[in-house]
Design a protein around this ligand. Structure first.
Ligand SMILES: *Cc1c(COP(=O)(O)O)cnc(C)c1O
Length: 467
């Protein structure tokens, strides 16, 4: 079986894995999804119980790259990707209560779950580019988290220059330092004299007309619409379920959700044969997805700042991937719906919604409940949750499914990244940065402050691409 990738809006050419890796949005504005999924039998899944993380990843991901990457090469890439995670289990489980678990996804270099995908993405891109004798430029805007994970993912990539824009003086010191202290001639941090929206607007304009780059180099996006990022995240659903008695016992997951990328990977794991009963969409006050599930109406909401900034979103772009399945993979219907959505709100089909509610539950968690949850889990278990993970734990409790299945909350970030939320929760212990980041505040920073003008930024980029 060779998987091809098709657009959710049905009007862009289908691609193989190599092509989809190097593509962001499809030409018709849609997102790429596999035209078929590998399906694993219970017996096959059971046979993976003893595998370590990279070996399990190899079994699960190989079908997705078939025809583009030989198994031996994928094996090498995966071993290299997860070698530097600080916990030898890569994604360890912690028990909070009889049937409550936390899956720690923050042992990668930037202490957030995005490392699982971006560490792999950087290596896959570099592997492909080396083979094609091609160089590319990655450009992104960040208000904090994704930027550092992308930079860490690309730091050793010979064929990639990465330019990350952040609003000058508007990201936290820890977040800025996680980006600007990474050494590498291919890493370029730009502090823009503007706000986050200005940064994003510049990235958008650059993607529309990338011809300012030298030698016709192409511009690649690493945001969560890139298929390879979703793919990488499927693995830890299998890994944790296997550790808890799966596939012979169904497992539920609670996922702190923003762009719907992480939880969509859980949905795919289920489609591929992993017994998952329910997936809980845990949102902060930016609750677009909770509202969709409750009412069937999908609409854009104004952005509200919360204690969990990585989940502060107005639209969950990856939700379109689920909609594609809800509408029986009819791209023309999705194209029409998204067209309407661009200028207003849409009502989703009632029977499709009913089906979605059988699989997804959802809960919105306030800042107050986030703090209470951090404080409660700290006093009950001596375990410190970051605010995003706390939302997952709170939603898991609120949705109490009563089905006797283990409930696994994805812990998406390390508490040391969000000391303000920890102290807002009244927890006196201040979380320490792990050893590899302990000297973060002594390291040399490298970034360039640029005025808020597109031509200035583009000229800087053109001049600083490596030879
Ligand atoms: C990105 C992020 C999320 C949200 O994940 P999505 O895939 O966008 O739903 C949650 N928590 C943390 C810490 C993140 O960085």
């Amino acid at each position: 079986m060779t998987i091809r990738y098709v657009s959710t809006r049905g009007a862009a050419p289908s691609l193989d894995f190599e092509q989809v890796l190097l593509t962001g949005l499809a030409a018709d504005g849609g997102l790429y999804v596999p035209d078929q999924l590998p399906e694993f039998s219970l017996e096959q899944i059971r046979s993976w119980r003893e595998l370590d993380y990279p070996s399990l990843a190899l079994e699960i991901l190989q079908p997705f790259v078939e025809g583009s990457i030989p198994r031996e090469d994928l094996k090498t890439i995966l071993a290299d990707t997860y070698r530097d995670f600080r916990h030898s289990a890569v994604a360890p489980l912690q028990q909070l209560d009889t049937n409550q678990w936390v899956l720690e996804l923050f042992h990668g270099p930037t202490l957030a779950f995005k490392d699982f995908a971006l560490q792999l993405l950087g290596r896959l891109l570099d592997y492909m580019l080396e083979r094609r004798q091609q160089k590319i430029v990655i450009m992104g805007a960040t208000s904090g988290d994704t930027g550092s994970a992308a930079i860490e993912g690309c730091r050793r990539c010979k064929n990639i220059d990465i330019f990350i824009l952040h609003p000058h003086d508007a990201v936290s010191d820890v977040q800025r330092r996680q980006m600007t202290t990474v050494a590498g001639d291919n890493i370029h941090n730009i502090a823009l004299q503007g706000n986050f929206d200005d940064c994003q607007a510049m990235v958008k304009s650059s993607f529309v007309a990338p011809d300012f780059l030298p030698d016709g180099r192409s511009l690649v996006a690493v945001n969560s619409i890139n298929w390879a990022r979703i793919m990488a995240q499927i693995v830890y659903y299998f890994y944790s379920a296997l550790a808890l008695g799966g596939p012979d016992r169904p497992v539920n997951f609670s996922v702190p959700t923003g762009n719907f990328g992480d939880i969509f990977a859980g949905y795919l794991a289920r489609q591929m044969g992993l017994p998952i009963d329910r997936l809980v969409i845990a949102t902060n006050r930016n609750d677009v997805l909770h509202q969709v599930l409750e009412t069937g109406t999908y609409r854009r909401l104004p952005l509200e700042k919360s204690l969990s900034p990585s989940m502060d979103i107005t639209v969950s772009s990856n939700f379109e991937r689920l909609m594609f399945d809800m509408y029986h993979r009819d791209g023309s219907v999705i194209a029409q719906l998204m067209d309407t959505f661009a200028s207003g709100e849409i009502e989703l089909d009632a029977s499709a919604m009913a089906e979605a509610r059988g699989l997804f539950a959802s809960h919105r968690v306030s800042d107050a409940l986030t703090c209470q949850t951090i404080a409660r889990v700290w006093s009950d278990c001596g375990y410190l949750l970051d605010p995003h993970s706390a939302i997952g734990v709170a939603a898991a409790g609120a949705c109490a499914l009563g089905d006797g299945n283990p409930m696994v909350t994805l812990a998406t970030a390390h508490p040391a990244k969000f000391p303000d939320a920890i102290s807002a929760a009244g927890v006196l212990s201040s979380p320490e940065l792990p050893a590899h980041l302990a000297d973060l505040f002594e390291r040399e920073e490298r970034y360039t402050v640029l005025e808020n003008q597109l031509s200035t930024v583009q000229t800087f980029m053109a001049e600083h691409c490596s030879a």
